[in-house]
Design a binder for this molecule. Structure first.
Ligand SMILES: [Ca+2]
Ligand SMILES: [Ca+2]
Length: 196
């Protein structure tokens, strides 16, 4: 849809109303740093910035890029979405999704070609190697990784953080092997069976 709005940059040509903005931001996990560089699927149309991250409890301290998330705490990110030249965003006609979920709430600010959205995340701790999340590390957990790699359906939500035993951000056969080694009482350099 095109109209002739004047946007914030003094641009008076045709302006396309952006109907959907899809944002991807790293979900906070214990020990990880806040993501200050969210990605958008519409980089030609909009820019997305993190205004700030804060801990959602008094006195609501802001986080810096070097801070790490703690398990059991809730954190909130505030995002700013602005249209590039020739494009406009508005809460009236722009749908904002974060990590695939449409944000029906969380609008904290809006204006001429500007939307502010916030989203809270609670950081949960996990037992490293407990792939199925039943509270124990067993040989079955190694099997689940093998099945996952083989592309098979699993009867639970696969959480990478539980299964990525060597923390290389990939789920590989090595992660399954490390669990097997640990269960055979062989030493591994990773805290398998511990809360991370
Ligand atoms: Ca398990
Ligand atoms: Ca891994």
């Amino acid at each position: 849809m095109r109209c002739c709005l004047k946007n914030d940059f003094g641009y008076t040509g045709p302006v396309e109303q952006v109907s959907a903005v899809n944002i991807h931001i790293d979900v906070p996990t214990a020990g990880a740093h806040p993501d200050f560089t969210p990605l958008t699927e519409e980089p030609d149309k909009v820019r997305v910035k993190v205004a700030y991250w804060y801990l959602s409890e008094e006195p609501y301290p802001h986080l810096s890029a070097s801070d790490t998330f703690e398990a059991g705490k809730t954190y909130t990110v505030r995002l700013e979405i602005e249209g590039n030249q020739g494009y406009s965003v508005d809460t009236k006609y722009t749908t904002v999704s974060i990590n695939g979920t449409v944000m029906t709430a969380g609008t904290y600010s809006y204006g001429n070609n500007f939307i502010g959205k916030q989203k809270s995340f609670t950081v949960t701790s996990v037992l490293l190697g407990d792939v199925d999340g039943d509270g124990e590390v067993e040989i079955r957990d190694a099997t689940w990784i093998q099945r996952k790699i083989a592309g098979m359906e699993l009867p639970f939500v696969f959480v990478d953080k539980r299964a990525d035993v060597d923390s290389n951000n990939e789920i590989t056969i090595m992660d399954a092997t490390l669990i097997q080694r640990r269960l055979a009482n062989l030493k591994t350099p990773y805290p398998i069976g511990e809360t991370v």
